[in-house]
Design a protein around this ligand. Structure first.
Ligand code: NAD
Ligand code: ZN
Length: 349
């Protein structure tokens, strides 16, 4: 198959809401780069933020036009000078955070907090296109037992692995606030990692049903009753060992933090809309909690973990992929995501 000179792509053309599905040139791989033919791509909350042109997107996306999207699976089309080990047809995904490799963090084993991080689909052209250029150091070879429509989820699953496994969860009571795709992935990872019981809270009943289908032991709607009663009853008054905050709602954090047992652990993945004030003395310090901020993935240790959990069948993403669209139906996909009546949305490209 010869590489065409143009391709269809979802492009943020100018500041403001919406995206444009249009014909653009296929890029050519330079030294150290690979051109990947995209098969599936999945939609992240960040893509909705870019679509809706929320303040984060406006602040962050200063160079337009930009092809969006950063979760994908595909096959190597061609590689540039100096790239070895990726013959055409190799099935790949990629780490979406492009590290500089030279800052203090990159040079001290903390690439996930690189000071000059560039993000695929935000600072560089992304995966909502028939082809994407990726730095070869970011490529990940996909396991033969993981189909492309699932392999595209490896990127966000890496965040979930990092969130859940910041410490061991074996035999622990886990409370997850927020049952969006990220919260549900954290649920799946917690169960795979041997958590004792997982409690999931979300005001969205559709998502609570999904959580139940994915193995949540207790689901709670904070709009129906406060979490404290059922959580303290279930845990014999002790509270949970682990809180995973995956909603980005300060109300959720305020409600859940007092339910963590003294000496417990908190992982924060949800992104809050602004400043959050906490009763640090009562809810963190005197309880000797360990609080982790989580961002991105650990490349590539979380990729190994995710690939193994998926290929072994320990993680089942079938219930989470609730909708699949051809990429040309992107408007329907973003409209659906706005309703919250979905799990993960996957594009065929
Ligand atoms: P999402 O918006 O689909 O899900 C958030 C869920 O939280 C929704 O289902 C919503 O109903 C629920 N929620 C709202 N208020 C709640 C409350 N009071 N109690 C419990 N649940 C409540 O988003 P997502 O894609 O699943 O991502 C979840 C969060 O993780 C977002 O804040 C996102 O920005 C963040 N995130 C962070 C990183 C990172 O690297 N730190 C990466 C990916 C996503
Ligand atoms: Zn760096």
């Amino acid at each position: 198959m010869t590489t065409p000179s143009t391709m269809m792509a979802l492009v943020k053309e100018s500041p403001g809401p919406g995206l444009t599905y249009k014909d653009v040139p296929v890029p050519e791989p330079g030294a150290g780069e690979a051109l990947v033919r995209v098969v599936n791509a999945s939609v992240c909350g960040t893509d909705s933020i870019i679509y809706d042109w929320e303040p984060w997107a406006e602040r962050r996306m200063t160079t337009l036009p930009r092809i969006t999207g950063h979760e994908f699976a595909g096959v190597i089309e061609s590689v540039g000078h100096g790239v070895t080990g990726y013959p055409p047809g190799t099935r790949v995904s990629a780490e979406s955070h492009y590290f500089c490799g030279s800052c203090y963090q990159c040079r001290t084993g903390r690439r996930e907090v690189c000071r000059s991080m560039r993000i695929m689909g935000v600072d560089a052209d992304g995966a909502f296109a028939q082809f994407i250029l990726v730095p070869a150091v970011n490529l990940w070879k996909n396991h033969p037992d993981i189909p492309d429509r699932v392999a595209t989820l490896q990127e966000p699953l890496g965040n979930a692995v990092d969130t859940v496994l910041a410490e061991d969860v074996t035999g622990k009571w886990v409370l997850i606030t927020g049952a969006g795709p990220m919260g549900l992935m954290c649920l799946a990872v917690s169960k795979a990692a041997g958590a004792y019981r997982v409690i999931v809270s979300d005001p969205n009943e559709y998502r609570l049903e999904l959580a139940e289908r994915m193995g949540a032991d207790i689901v709670l709607n904070p709009n129906v009753m406060p979490l404290s009663g059922p959580v303290l009853t279930a845990t014999s008054g002790n509270g949970v060992d682990v809180l995973l905050e995956i909603s980005g709602s300060s109300a959720a954090l305020h409600e859940a933090l007092p339910l963590v047992t003294p000496g417990g652990r908190v992982s924060l993945l949800g992104i809050f809309g602004g400043e959050v004030s906490l009763r640090l003395n009562e809810d963190v310090i005197f309880k000797k909690l360990r609080v982790y901020g989580i961002t991105g993935r650990i490349a590539f240790s979380t990729w190994h973990t995710v690939s193994r959990l998926l290929s072994s069948g320990q993680l089942d993403m079938a219930p989470l992929i609730t909708h699949e669209f051809h990429i040309s139906d992107y408007e329907k996909a973003f409209e659906l995501m706005r309703t919250g009546r979905c799990g993960k949305v996957v594009f065929g490209v």
